[in-house]
Design a binder for this molecule. Sequence first.
Ligand code: UTP
Length: 452
Amino acid sequence: METKLRQAEALLREHGQEHLLEVLGRASGEQQESLTEQILAIDYRALKEVGTQTEEKRDAELAPIPSLDAEQWSERERESFAEAGWAELKAGRVGVIVVAGGQGSRLGHDGPKGTMDIGLPSGKLLFQIQAERLLNVSARAGRFVPWYIMTSPDNHDVTAAFFREHGYFGYPEEEIYFFQQHTMPAIDHAGRLLLSGPAEINFTASGNGECFSSLARTGALADMKRRGLAWLFYYNVDNALVKMADPAFIGAAVHFGYPVATKVVEKKDAGEKVGMACLKDGRPSIVEYTEFPPSLLEERDAAGRLLFNLGNMSIHLFSLPFIERHADTDVPYHAASKKIVHVDREGRTVTPEKPNAYKLERFIFDFFPLAEGMTVLKVNREEEFAPVKNKEGADSPESARRLLLALHRRWLLAAGVSEEELAGQEPEVSPLVSCDGEGLDAKTVRELLDHG
Ligand code: UTP
């Protein structure tokens, strides 16, 4: 132990973290041992890289990326892509992953985001909606689609307990694989490590881009291989309209054969603050709007459409070999300045009023340029994208609720129900009955309206 302690002290000195020497020296017994292990485990090289990242931007060459438009597909094309996707699902070659390790700080919901009630008439929670959609897909595929749930040390136990308490919403327990993502220490604006307890380094979930490495480290990737999966459908926990394991998307990815596929939505306007699918220096990428020169964001093609109009919606498909190949690939950590509650050297809790430190995060789309090509599928925003990010206003539980119920209303109208019959009603279609508006015949619709 003594040697480890000396090593830890040396690391602190070497990496400009001398402020922790006193904390380490003062700690006793188990606390000192634990703090020593934490100090030894930190990736100082990654921390240093963040410290040396400058705001200066290299002029990358940005160009539009070829994309497909699902709304322009003929009936035959749609059917043929869907059929190819169903074939993969039926053969048990597709798994689903939800990245649910985030803090949801903007939403301010007490608990993991997936446990959020967005105010639907049924009272269904986000995880429940997802579970039921997956049950529906599984029933039609004739087998269960394995579901991987990425949590973080901050919300793992609560998430797992939540599923247990709700009987996994009817999904077989053995088809769900919970695993925890990697973390990184938060650093203050001078690059110093923060504490979260008297002898605890302040580690925080380090972004959804930790997913490949965390899948490998926890054995989840081995589980996928054991099951013979070829594709992993990836989505954010907070999209209330996600089409779980969408067969047409899977079919398109299989057809084009690139290791990465991504769904996008048409940008609302040039100024929408969203990342865009495009080619960056010739490589498939998602580029943040902040990286675009403003003039480029306004540029239009001959038909008057925005040249860069493919908004990221965080729904992707990855081939298993791609995940395996890049489980150890280092993509950069991005530093986001946030308000991070911590403990000072005297053990007092500090609750900052303005951003005081950096949270380090990897982004999943930083892996995209490593693919030789990417299938990009544009889909209808109103049908597939209802993010729950903020407490109120845009991208809030209320906007997601409105979008979901409006979609279900359109399904019913398409199934032959009249506006008059729907007047004053807010019908919600259970994902167990239909998850894409399919199968809504007169009898089902009647039952639904009768039972509200
Ligand atoms: P966001 O970037 O929206 O972050 O995550 P967030 O934590 O949900 O919310 P804010 O920014 O604190 O308000 C997009 C997706 O990535 C997951 C989130 O759970 C969400 O599904 N994520 C984010 C992780 O799985 N791990 C992380 O470390 C960060």
